[in-house]
Design a protein around this ligand. Structure first.
Ligand code: 6GU
Length: 332
């Protein structure tokens, strides 16, 4: 899977080189590239926002800058003349960087990022190599190795489809959009290319998603919860993590994601977990979990999941499909 993220703070995504997400990139299952939206501006101030039409507080992100960026990353023809005319940028700003499992400073001179020209075509960018590779790793290389890997782990992947044949899914985090759920994460984990556009300030011009939808692109807008964040970066990180952990081969232990506990009509909160010792600071692990009787353990855990869900998230109980309940469940 290839993930492009556009933001005015691409450094937010440096952490994606860590832990399982970093390992997945080293394995070639995943390529994440964070781009600086300001690389597509042409004025000396690299401005990306303007005052809201109709008045009101704050600033709104301008459609023209986004469009130049998204046209390029989506592989669409640039629309000459429809956007504000531009002079060539003279200043170099923070450049695109591919995030790998290794800190950039380990293997690449610190100023490599900053020297990338503004008009860089990301599909040709070579940035830092990953451990065990001799040459620099291009996005294209990473992508083809991702494809090879996914053939070995999943027979659902159709053969002989070039990546260009897959239009990307364009995702805009937006606190006023429908909630992002496990169901969305599962669906998007099958995509080959995701492009996230992180808004800041009071948001982005509403015509941006509208335009790309009109061009036949699969455009999604999602909120991650009922609270307000400063911008789409943290929401994007949340969605990327929820999606990528479902990629076949991503998790060391495949069992950990079999449950898919928030998906569909069987969505229940998980039962609580314990490890050893059986008694700690006077608090005991429930006896049944020590009994060695798997049937009883399963029943106990299922009851606990049902009771806890009823207490904490009654909305999930209401959505439950009655057919997914057995006789013993109904007693609980
Ligand atoms: Cl997607 N963006 C922002 N700015 N705030 C949020 C959100 C998104 N989801 C919940 N709060």
């Amino acid at each position: 899977m290839k993930i492009d993220i556009v933001s005015v703070f691409p450094e937010y995504f440096d952490v994606m080189g860590l832990s399982l997400m970093g390992k997945a990139q080293e394995k070639g299952l995943l390529t994440i590239t964070a781009h600086n939206l300001r690389d597509w501006t042409h004025d000396v101030h690299h401005s990306v926002d303007d005052t809201p039409v109709g008045g009101g507080a704050g600033m709104v992100m301008k459609p023209a800058v986004w469009a130049e960026c998204l046209d390029e990353l989506l592989g669409l023809e640039p629309q000459e003349g429809t956007d504000a005319p531009h002079e060539a940028a003279t200043e170099t700003v923070t450049a695109t960087h591919t995030i790998t499992g290794k800190p950039v400073s380990d293997e690449t001179p610190a100023d490599t990022d900053i020297q990338t020209p503004v008009d860089t075509d990301i599909r040709r960018v070579s940035t830092c190599g990953t451990a065990g590779e001799s040459g620099p790793k291009t996005v294209e290389n990473a992508e083809s190795s991702a494809l090879e890997d996914s053939f070995t782990v999943s027979d659902e992947t159709p053969a002989c489809q070039s990546p260009q044949e897959h239009t990307p899914v364009l995702i805009f985090p937006n606190p006023s959009a429908p909630l992002f759920t496990q169901r969305d994460a599962t669906e998007l984990s099958h995509a080959e290319h995701l492009l996230f556009g992180c808004g800041r300030y009071e948001g982005y011009d509403a015509r941006i998603p509208e335009y790309y939808r009109s061009q036949g692109i699969d455009v999604r807008e999602y909120s991650i919860g009922d609270y307000v964040l400063n911008g789409g970066e943290v929401a994007t990180s949340v969605m990327v993590e929820a999606i990528t952990r479902l990629i076949p081969g991503f998790m060391g232990n495949a069992d950990s994601i079999v449950e898919e506990s928030y998906t569909g009509a069987n969505a229940l909160l998980e039962h609580r977990q314990y490890t050893k010792p059986a008694e700690w600071r006077g608090l005991k692990v429930p006896d049944v979990l020590l009994s060695g009787d798997h049937g009883k353990v399963d029943r106990y855990r299922r009851d606990e999941a049902l009771t806890r869900t009823d207490e904490i998230r009654p909305d999930l109980i209401e959505q439950l499909d009655c057919k997914s309940l057995d006789k013993a469940d109904r007693k609980t």
